[in-house]
Design a protein around this ligand. Structure first.
Ligand code: IPD
Length: 257
């Protein structure tokens, strides 16, 4: 698989992201859950172009939702991770593309079109930001780092439990951050800007590429119970530089799948 060819294709989505008129075409999928014409434009573009180049590989994209996959190799795409940010021109939204092969993610790209940053990883080959190797932070304890958090905005019934969790982590860490895009949060863990990230009930397209970035940069990613993530289901995600994983997980509790 030619990594540079796939990166070049993903970078072509910048033209769609910059279209403020299309970003204003918003459909409501659920509570605080939106899709814009930019999301659907990018998904159609990448599904078509990847399909032409790799006809044997199936496609799982956010905009058609979770469904049964018959083969054992497929692309997992979030055309815009950070859709609410895009609607408000908050300028923190990314394209997240992963390749699932026989139970694991072997390739991950997170593209930030606002900063022209490409994060990529291939299993066993390390993580990179714009072609330069990246590594997780070397913080040995929460008190030495900042942690980004997700608020599970579509699942408001989780809010009390999750904001209590955020409070507990805030009390132990230097500070917390909220970008509004889980894929970018994972990329920031991978390049050591934050020591960790957590959010309950994410979908595979939110975390598939980013979790590979973190692991290949030397970090650890599990669910809140410390188990491996399942790339066909929603799940809680706890990511860290590895050294602080158990300290972070200890404050999250086992619930919030
Ligand atoms: C969302 C973002 C957000 C997170 C939500 C996700 P979307 O993805 O990653 O940061 O809090 O849980 O669903 O819907 O913008 O692709």
């Amino acid at each position: 698989m030619e990594m540079q060819e796939i990166i070049a294709l993903v970078k072509e989505t910048k033209a769609f992201v910059g279209n403020r008129e299309r970003a204003g075409h918003v459909k409501v999928k659920g509570p605080a859950d939106y899709v814009t014409q930019v999301d659907t434009d990018i998904q159609s573009f990448l599904a078509r172009e990847l399909g032409n180049r790799f006809p044997g590989i199936q496609f799982l994209g956010e905009e058609e939702g979770l469904h049964e996959m018959s083969g054992d190799t497929y692309w997992i795409l979030d055309p815009i991770d950070g859709t609410t940010n895009l609607i408000h021109d908050y300028q923190h939204s990314v394209v997240s593309l992963a390749l699932y092969e026989k139970g694991e993610i072997t390739l991950g790209i997170v593209y930030d079109p606002f900063r022209e940053d490409v994060y990529h990883a291939q299993k066993g080959r390390g993580s990179f930001l714009n072609g330069t190797p990246i590594h997780v932070s070397d913080a040995a304890a929460l008190r030495e780092t900042i942690i980004s958090v997700g608020t599970s905005p579509y699942d408001r019934e989780l809010a009390d439990e999750n904001f209590n969790r955020i409070r507990r982590v805030f009390d132990h860490a230097q500070d917390i951050r909220r970008t509004g895009t889980a894929a970018l949060d994972l990329a920031y863990v991978a390049c050591g800007r934050t020591g960790g990230f957590f959010e309950p009930r994410l979908s595979p397209w939110d975390f598939a590429a980013g979790q590979l970035l973190v692991k290949e940069a030397g970090g650890r990613v599990t669910d809140f119970a410390g188990e491996e993530l399942d790339f066909l289901k929603r799940g809680s995600v706890a990511a860290s530089n590895g050294k602080i994983h158990e300290e972070l997980r200890g404050l999250l509790g086992r619930r919030g799948k």
